[in-house]
Ligand binder design. Structure first.
Ligand SMILES: [Zn+2]
Length: 494
């Protein structure tokens, strides 16, 4: 029987486990070569698998407290054999900038890829390029076509292909044909639960169903709403030239009326994604590869389901959009069963892969999670961390423009979360321990905290700006004068 209870993981302080981790990490840096536990180990560097579930919310997993149905049994079981990072953040709230950050360990202000069609600067080396140089077979299989929308992300892959089918089955076939004796790096990017409306009935929990008429309405409504938000962008006009806010509000109202059906289908789609993860793990185990594989499960961003009045993604940096699942199975199950409360970001993945697979030091933006696990200093001693940057060049909705603007920076410090809205110049502050839903902005009565976090964020932004690469091909991007000035003032453009 499948349980929907949170997995019985041990919540262990970093300090308590630091001593043994320092030993383990210093011996083999996450590589299975040394046999640190005294058992014979296979030779050579580990395989690396990044398994990305598009738009998976952190709070939709059983291990994270979701209790409205057993929709993630395989991910929960994986977590039990792995390390769970409970405070993991995507670097951006939607696919294109987030995946670019993930695969290059840079933030949007550095890689400058804000919209479809922009090219990855040649100076930014991707995980695949690094792994290829290290002798790995490199394969990417993805169900989100946006992965083809950033020229340059395909660099370093032996195979880089969009798939409209079952990725796990396809990747198994690739591995059958892959050269033996060489480790492999796989990037799998699944589309569920990005578009829950298309989830087949067979995945709906408890025999429930959503009638065809409602599905059709939801699909059409989402397409229409998406078009409304991008009306100016698609027509290559400055954002705000056409103000269709009232039409968007009608769509948002209708989404709210359909909330239960959308939520139900989203859960069903998570269940489908969970099954894929399970088959992938089973396949690696059946091939005898599991113990020598670094397996990283994550999401590129979450999904808003009306939490703050909005729907889907891109439009904000609240938790439902940027707090993502991150579950890491290290080779031989090192560190398994631990949950880490320290704030980390998807920019930390490349350094972790580099550390585990190649044993090399990292001097870029992110931090190796292995090094983090091995460091005994408490999280509070590490100071504030900028996790996420939203730069909107695509969508216009007057209330968001007025309150959030188009550039937002997120900074975390212990239980505090700050959101710096650069254009209106406002700073929101939430205490996530007391207010995990971010409903009560407490900035007005915590001016000292706001001042400190703002200074840290400004210093970070200045450093980030200095390391910005060429923006690449931005021919599809149209900016209004206000945005050009704001971006120029911040150093994003010349
Ligand atoms: Zn996505």
């Amino acid at each position: 029987m499948i349980s929907n209870q949170p997995a019985p993981l041990r919540r262990t302080s970093l300090a308590a486990v630091a001593a043994c981790m320092i030993l383990v990490a210093s011996i083999h840096g996450c590589s299975p070569r040394s046999g640190a536990r005294g058992t014979p180990q296979p030779e050579g560097p580990p395989n690396v698998v990044i398994y990305l579930i598009d738009a998976l919310r952190y709070d939709r997993l059983g291990i994270n407290g979701f209790s409205a149905g057993p929709i993630s049994p395989r991910i929960d079981a994986l977590a039990d054999q792995s390390v769970v990072f409970d405070q993991a953040y995507s670097c951006a709230p939607w696919t294109v900038p987030s995946v670019t950050s993930l695969l290059t360990s840079t933030y949007p202000c550095e890689h400058q890829v804000f919209v479809n069609g922009q090219k990855l600067d040649p100076s930014l080396r991707t995980i695949a390029e690094r792994m290829k140089a290290a002798g790995y077979t490199t394969i990417a299989r993805f169900s989100n076509p946006l992965l083809n929308a950033v020229p340059g992300l395909e660099r370093g892959y032996d195979v880089y292909e969009y798939s409209g089918g079952d990725i796990v089955t396809e990747i198994a076939r690739f591995l059958e044909d892959a050269p033996t004796g060489r480790p492999y790096y796989l990037y799998l990017h699944t589309i569920e639960p990005h578009d829950p409306v298309v989830t087949p009935d067979e995945w709906l929990p408890d025999g429930g169903r959503v009638d065809a008429e409602t599905r059709t309405e939801m699909g059409e409504l989402k397409r229409r709403y998406s078009g409304l938000t991008r009306a100016d962008f698609d027509a290559k006009r400055p954002l705000g030239t056409i103000d269709n806010t009232e039409e968007q509000q009608k769509a948002l109202t209708r989404f709210s009326e359909l909330r239960h059906a959308i939520d139900f289908l989203y859960s069903a789609s998570v269940r489908r994604a969970d099954e894929g993860v399970g088959r992938m793990v089973d396949m690696l185990k059946a091939r005898g590869a599991w113990d020598r594989t670094l397996f990283i499960l994550l999401a590129d961003h979450g999904e808003e389901l009306g939490d703050h009045g909005g729907w889907f993604h891109e439009h904000s940096v609240y938790e439902e959009l940027i707090h993502v699942p991150l579950i890491v199975h290290f080779p031989r199950g090192e560190f398994a069963g631990r949950r880490v409360d320290e704030t980390v970001t998807l920019a930390d993945i490349l350094p972790t892969v580099q550390d585990c697979a190649r044993g090399s030091n990292w001097s870029g933006r992110g931090r190796s999670l292995v090094k983090l696990l091995a460091d005994g200093s408490p999280p509070a001693a590490r100071g504030p961390i900028v996790t996420t940057m939203r730069v909107n060049r695509k969508k216009y909705y007057r209330p968001y423009k007025e309150t959030r603007g188009d550039i937002n920076l997120v900074i975390r410090d212990r239980t505090w979360k700050g959101i710096w809205n650069l254009e209106p110049g406002t700073f929101e502050l939430y205490d996530l321990r007391r207010d995990p839903g971010e409903h009560f902005d407490v900035s007005a009565r915590n001016e000292g905290v706001v001042g400190s976090m703002r200074r840290s964020a400004a210093a970070w932004l200045n450093r980030c700006r200095q390391s910005a690469v060429n923006a690449g091909d931005a021919t599809d991007v149209v900016l209004n004068d206000e945005m050009i000035e704001a971006l120029r003032a911040m150093g994003y453009i010349q």
